[in-house]
Write a protein that binds this ligand. Structure first.
Ligand code: DQA
Length: 144
């Protein structure tokens, strides 16, 4: 196993900073990557941060995380969280632990966000802390 942690981000998260800042905050994904890198250095991890708008790409990256011996995956699947049985299956198909991450708290938002296929099978969920959700999730890797 390596010390690499995959941080996988799904649809529309490339627009963080511009996108509904009242909900998601003003940090961009690059800002979050920089914060994670800082924190990871202290914890002895390497961060591999990625974003895609495509569901199948997230599936491929989850498979890759296992094939490459990643220590863990932090997954913010965006809206696919609430729709994707393919992601649920992919998380179940790999042994690499997956932590579900959200900037907002979907459980307090529209009802269609209350169901999380990712959360049904993730090792842990961290949500509602803005960009800090990613940091808290990174710190939680040690407890998995
Ligand atoms: C999100 C929450 C999802 O409901 C939404 O579709 C997103 C972002 C979050 O980080 O708060 O795209 O995953």
């Amino acid at each position: 196993m390596t010390n690499t942690i995959y941080v996988l981000n799904g649809p529309n998260l490339n627009l963080l900073g511009l996108r509904e800042p009242d909900i998601y905050g003003s940090d961009t994904l690059d800002d979050i990557a920089a914060m994670l890198e800082d924190c990871a250095r202290g914890l002895g991890y390497e961060i591999d941060m990625r974003q895609t708008n495509h569901e199948g790409m997230l599936v491929d990256w989850l498979h890759e995380a296992q094939a490459e011996g990643a220590k863990a995956v932090l997954l913010n699947a965006g809206a696919y969280t609430h729709t994707s049985i393919a992601l649920l299956d992919a998380i179940r198909a790999i042994r690499t632990p997956v932590i579900e991450v959200h900037l907002s708290d979907p459980s307090t938002r529209e009802e269609f966000r209350h169901l999380s296929y990712v959360g049904m099978t993730a090792a842990k969920t961290v949500q509602g802390l803005g960009a800090r959700s990613y940091i808290v999730a990174l710190e939680a890797v040690a407890e998995l």
